[in-house]
Design a protein around this ligand. Structure first.
Ligand SMILES: [Fe+2]
Length: 169
């Protein structure tokens, strides 16, 4: 396996987070549906579709790193799968069987903040490397990830507003 550059590793990380976001949004959408909140569930399905698109376009870009070294793309995707599996572990630790939709949105707030952070790092590295493909991908994804974070936070607040603070948890 070819050794990855920092830029390639960071690309792998955002792809991995996009993979993880698809399972996370699906899981939290189910929790929201269970509580009859179809509006939030629908918003989460859209976020999941956008995550799938991010994975797809990130993977396409990983393919463009091949050139000299055939195994670059597989190295980037291996990094992505490692990140995905770490994120899946975190989700199963945080969202146990007693988790409700509010817990789900709180977890998503962390996950989306992590995506915003990682995409910002990739942006800076892409700028330093003067890599047009990375620049284009980041310009498209970073505003979407910032919106995901706003939506996750807003969803938490909506659910919190509907809870009785003095009721037994
Ligand atoms: Fe996201």
């Amino acid at each position: 396996m070819a050794k990855l550059t920092n830029l390639e590793t960071k690309l792998g990380e955002v792809i991995g987070l996009a993979m993880a976001a698809q399972s996370a949004t699906k899981k939290v959408a189910r929790l929201a549906e269970k509580e009859g909140n179809d509006g939030l569930a629908k918003q989460l399905r859209t976020m999941g579709e956008e995550a799938a698109e991010a994975e797809e376009r990130g993977t396409e870009l990983a393919g463009s790193f091949e050139g000299k070294e055939k195994s670059k793309k597989s190295g980037i995707l291996k990094e992505a799968r490692t990140v995905k599996s770490k994120a899946a572990d975190m989700m199963s630790t945080y969202l146990d069987k007693d988790a409700d939709a509010l817990d789900g949105f709180e977890f998503l707030t962390m996950a989306e903040a992590s995506e915003v952070g990682h995409w910002s790092v990739l942006k800076k590295m892409g700028e330093k490397a003067r890599h047009p493909g990375v620049k284009e991908l980041v310009q498209w994804q970073l505003p979407i990830q910032k919106r995901h974070l706003r939506e996750a936070m807003a969803g938490s607040i909506t659910l919190a507003a509907a809870e009785d603070p003095s009721e037994a948890a």
